[in-house]
Design a protein around this ligand. Structure first.
Ligand SMILES: Nc1nc2c(ncn2[C@@H]2O[C@H](COP(=O)(O)OP(=O)(O)OP(=O)(O)O)[C@@H](O)[C@H]2O)c(=O)[nH]1
Ligand SMILES: [Mg+2]
Length: 351
């Protein structure tokens, strides 16, 4: 019997039966002996869709705060995000031929064009950038380059950090949890691939992976979609199209045949803003509905993924999320637990 099946089948034994009591005793014994490894759930999704942020939130809502060493590493990542982000804006402003509003900002731009990538990023070494970021971010030339960011590779969190540069630029700055959720570079090298959590007193483990060895036959599969990326093209393929293609690929994978998918339509905050400035029909001409109405765009996204799932009997659950918003994430995760239980019930034909 698979680990998941063994564990989950116990949810359906009559509450006060001898079998259930016995089962609990056995479970307790096995747990004590650490013989039950946690049920594994896989997590995948599109590029920059929010996978790492999702894992960070899972860790935070499960009460595991980051320790001081980790916070310092996040601080370094945030400095790095800011410097890299501003450097991109400076270069793109030049490429696009957008004039600076304030010519005094030229010297600040030079700082980003000539920065040393090997320096240790600490509050002291970051100081020269604080004034430069502050002044450039207010310049309408840099703002115009930022407005056109869809045309080049750019980290969305840079706006949040630049808006908060006064606080982040303090010598005694330590990132809040909210800052940590917005840090991007960090996710590239920190091990955030394995996050434990509990459902119905059972332990589960969320794994971020590209290969699916060891997957249980009915374990749910989390799939994260960066919704606001519907217009992301530039030098790469459209990210939403990539995400649809990858999803279809996963649905066709024989190993995942019986896995219910839980789709997270992420970056809802950015999507809600973007629909007012960027018409989805430009990239998805098949869209029918009001392109400036969030519900219409959400419905279109859901339908687009539903169409790609292939097998009609496959269970799909979905949620609209903003992974950087802890309150939203907490609510969503409560219903995700219900989804998981429901998918299990359906698997055993109990509903
Ligand atoms: N505003 C906003 N930003 C988000 C949201 N989810 C993620 N981000 C930001 O988007 C950026 C990319 O998120 P990640 O979690 O690193 O995405 P990823 O899928 O792990 O990216 P890769 O590993 O590079 O493919 C980060 O700067 C996050 O802070 C969201 O819901 N809203
Ligand atoms: Mg990542």
């Amino acid at each position: 019997m698979s680990k998941a099946l063994h564990r989950l089948s116990q949810c359906f034994l009559p509450d006060n039966s001898d079998a259930r009591r016995r089962s609990r005793e056995i479970d307790a014994m096995l747990k004590r002996d650490r013989l039950i490894p946690p049920v594994v759930i896989f997590l995948a999704g599109s590029r920059k869709g929010g996978k790492t942020t999702f894992l960070k939130q899972m860790r935070l809502i499960n009460g595991a705060e980051y320790n001081h060493k980790e916070v310092l590493e996040f601080r370094e990542a945030i400095y790095d995000d800011i410097i890299q982000g501003m450097r991109v804006l400076v270069q793109e402003r030049n490429k696009l031929g957008i004039p600076l509003q304030n010519s005094a900002n030229e010297k600040h731009e030079m700082l980003f064009n000539s920065c040393d990538w090997h320096m240790n990023l600490e509050p002291y070494t970051f100081q020269p950038y604080v004034e430069a970021v502050n002044s450039l971010w207010k310049d309408s030339g840099i703002q115009e380059a930022h407005r056109r960011r869809t045309d080049f590779e750019f980290c969305e969190s840079v706006k949040y950090f630049c808006d908060n540069i006064h606080r982040i630029g303090q010598l005694n700055y330590l990132p809040y949890n909210q800052d940590i959720l917005y840090a991007h570079s960090f996710g590239q090298y920190f091990v955030l691939r394995d996050t434990p959590f509990a459902i119905a007193e059972s332990s589960w483990r969320l794994i971020l992976r590209k290969t699916f060895f060891g997957i249980d036959f009915n374990t749910p599969f989390f799939y994260i979609i960066g919704c606001s990326d519907y217009d992301r093209t530039g030098f790469e393929d459209n990210r939403l199209v990539d995400s649809l293609n990858y999803f279809e690929c996963l649905c066709r994978n024989g190993r995942l045949r019986n896995c219910p998918f839980i789709l997270f339509f992420n970056k809802m905050d950015l999507l809600a803003e973007k629909i007012h400035t960027t018409d989805i029909r430009k990239n998805f001409p098949e869209f029918q509905g009001d392109p400036h109405r969030l519900e219409d765009v959400q419905e279109f996204l859901v339908q687009s993924f539903q169409k790609r799932k292939g097998d009609d009997s496959r269970q799909i659950f979905y949620h609209m999320t903003t992974a950087v918003d802890t309150e939203n994430f907490q609510k969503v995760f409560k219903s995700v637990k219900d989804d998981i239980m429901l998918s299990i019930c359906k698997y055993f034909s109990l509903l």
